[in-house]
Design a protein around this ligand. Structure first.
Ligand code: ADP
Length: 637
């Protein structure tokens, strides 16, 4: 029989695949099983209108037959089969198949980077990754004669008529001999095959059967010395269905309870804790899909077991396309786990293509709305639970507000909660709703801890007016507010750096006059501090405290602290412009003024240094030279 050549493009692909050091060879079984399942779909569909098919729904099956000695795995289906001409055109050429898409992508990339092969459904050809010869015996429904197609890889294939008893297809894979790098023989182990079916093809709709051996205890018929029956063990072979066929997410809410789903999640993710939210979606329409998503209760303790990353697994009609697809949901929801199954998604999909897949984008968008809705519901109905959720995953949402120049901020803002001076956590919307008529802005104080934020001297005047105050303690919080810009028309006001807007015009004028009056003193203090601060002012915010530190310019003390832990030297060097504010009414500042006016410059400079250090301490900065500070203070006694 003369050997026929593959079409040029198929040959190149086969070459690539066979010779690649391809790490994900195991998907070959998924591909062959999925073809078998498609072939059964077709015949089953036909049987609905054609009595002559003679098969009921329950008669369709896929069998996996393993012959260890001959080193073959056969995948047998009783589906539609192929005619000789079809065998030739379907298997001899890369046509509409995923392999074709793959080749297009390879050409576009202009590269021979083999690692990307693994991201594609490569169809029938993937059998050659583990086989040195593939034989296909097939007979099409309605035809009396079958065909035998055979190929040992890139050098070509043969195809000839073949007497086949029944309709359907056998794909016989002759498994490659073991090499030093790879034990191909492991694919002939039934436990391995079963594991691959469970991993990739558990939800193929048709039963996948395989003979499984197990040990059975039986009565031998003989009696022991005491006259009791003797037992022994024997190997029994049973034909088992090794896939579970209907995935849990395909079943309706009346069939599968939420508890069943949660049990499934915990088992799958080795998570001992219940998820804090479960979202079950079933959509029929221009795009149909089913989804079952979980918001974990906490970061999974079993992270080290390697399955802590969130991510949603994609299925198309029960066949797994991609584990932990990171293109479905945005990063701000990356903690969400679960599955999405849509017959509208192509099996042959790569991470690169996924990003631009319209179907997937639409599904993702809808699911994000559902997730948000579920979180809002939790926030409303069970605030403590939401607070726990937010403690674990709030950072993702905050980062999301800043991503891509704040593109997602309006979608996410209502999910953020902040601590307030009323000793609770609230959303910005709630804050604004609680605002009295007289309050013009949303006040916040930012520090590294809650305790510290509460003790900031600048907070006094806000609290004393009865206004609520947000305490920001997360490293990202200030940047988040900067991105949000406003809430329901109210601006954000940093109590440390911004004008609180409390002064009347007269008060403002009086304060300006006071600044001019004290100009000499303020200049002196600034100079004596030798560049530690960029400005010295009389405070308009302080009540009980003598002084405080504020900043001007884009960088606050909080940001400075954040930058100090930054990844680059340049970042770590960034400093806030410090402003020392003095409370003119306070005894300590009056003492400074007296020393200055009486000409005791040394004492005045020391007092200035003490006040500056005190304000640094209150702002949560470290005292650079505690010993000299202590001697300065001791001098006062
Ligand atoms: P794809 O499945 O992506 O179309 P494949 O390379 O896997 O690409 O298969 C090529 C074609 O060969 C299929 O589209 C189908 O027409 C045919 N085929 C493969 N396996 C079978 C089978 N078991 N029964 C019937 N037809 C098959």
């Amino acid at each position: 029989m003369s050997k026929k050549q593959f079409k040029a493009e198929s040959k190149r692909l086969l070459d690539l695949m066979i010779n690649s050091i391809y790490t994900n060879k195991e998907i070959f079984l998924r591909e062959i099983l999925s073809n078998a399942s498609d072939a059964i779909d077709k015949l089953c569909y036909l049987s609905l209108t054609d009595d002559k098919v003679g098969l009921n729904r329950d008669d369709f099956r896929i069998d996996i037959l393993v012959d260890k000695e001959a080193r073959t795995i056969t995948v047998r289906d009783n589906g539609i089969g192929m005619s000789l001409a079809e065998a030739e055109s379907n298997l001899g050429v890369i046509a509409r198949s995923g392999s074709y898409q793959f080749k297009g992508e390879m050409d576009k990339e202009q590269s021979e980077d083999l690692s990307i092969i693994g991201q594609f459904g490569v169809g029938f050809y993937s059998a050659f990754m583990v086989s040195d010869k593939v034989t296909v015996l097939t007979r099409k429904y309605g035809e009396s004669e079958g065909a035998k197609w055979e190929s040992s890889g890139a050098d070509g294939y043969t195809v000839a008529p073949y007497e086949k008893e029944s309709v359907g297809t056998d794909v016989i894979m002759h498994i490659k001999p073991d090499t030093e790098e790879e034990i191909f023989g492991s694919y002939l182990e039934k436990w391995k095959i079963k594991a691959l079916v469970k991993k990739y093809s558990d939800y193929v709709r048709w039963p996948i059967r395989m003979d499984m051996e197990r040990q059975e205890r039986y009565e031998t018929g003989e009696k022991d010395d005491e006259g009791k029956p003797k037992f022994d063990y024997r190997t029994v072979t049973e034909n088992e269905i090794i896939n579970s066929m209907v995935p849990i997410w395909q079943r309706g809410k009346n069939e599968v309870t939420d508890d069943d789903c949660i049990r499934w999640y915990k088992e799958k993710n080795r998570d001992r804790k219940d998820p804090c939210a479960l979202i079950r979606v079933s959509v029929e329409g221009s795009i149909s899909y089913k989804a079952m998503l979980f918001v974990p209760g906490e970061e999974n303790e079993n992270a080290f077991l390697g399955d802590n990353k969130g991510g949603v697994t994609l299925y198309s009609n029960g066949v797994m396309i991609m584990e932990k697809c990171d293109k479905l949901l945005h990063d701000y929801f990356e903690f969400v786990k679960g599955v999405v199954d849509s017959p509208d998604l192509s099996l042959n999909i790569s991470r690169e293509i996924l990003q631009h897949d319209r179907q997937l984008q639409l599904i993702g968008k809808n699911l994000e709305k559902k997730i948000k809705g579920e979180l809002e519901k939790m926030m409303k109905e069970d605030r403590p639970k939401y607070e726990t959720f937010f403690r674990n995953f709030g950072t993702h949402l905050k980062a999301g507000c800043c991503d891509e120049y704040g593109r997602y901020k309006d979608f996410l803002r209502d999910l953020l909660i902040f601590y307030t001076s009323e000793d609770k956590q609230i959303t910005l919307k709630e804050y604004v709703e609680n605002m009295p008529e007289s309050q013009k802005a949303i006040y916040y104080a930012s520090a590294d801890t809650l305790k510290h934020a509460i003790s900031l001297p600048q907070c006094e005047s806000v609290r004393s007016r009865g206004y609520e105050l947000l305490y920001l303690t997360g490293p990202l919080d200030e940047v988040v507010l900067e991105n949000l810009m406003e809430q329901d028309g109210k601006r954000f006001c940093n109590v440390v750096t911004d004008d609180l807007g409390f002064e009347t015009e007269e008060e403002k004028k009086a304060a300006e006059e006071r600044d001019i009056e004290n100009k000499e003193l303020l200049d002196f203090v600034k100079e004596s501090l030798g560049g530690a601060v960029t400005a010295v002012r009389l405070s308009r915010k302080l009540a009980a405290m003598p002084c405080c530190l504020t900043t001007e310019g884009g960088i606050t003390l909080e940001m400075e602290r954040y930058f100090r832990r930054g990844p680059s030297e340049e970042m770590r060097k960034l400093r806030a412009n410090r402003v020392l504010e003095l409370n003119a009414e306070h005894r300590a500042v009056q003492a400074l003024k007296e020393a200055f006016e009486s000409g005791d410059k040394e004492k005045a400079a020391n007092l200035a240094k003490i006040l500056e250090t005190l304000s640094e301490m209150m702002a949560g900065c470290e005292v650079e030279d505690p010993a000299s500070f202590v001697s300065l203070v001791a001098e006062l006694f």
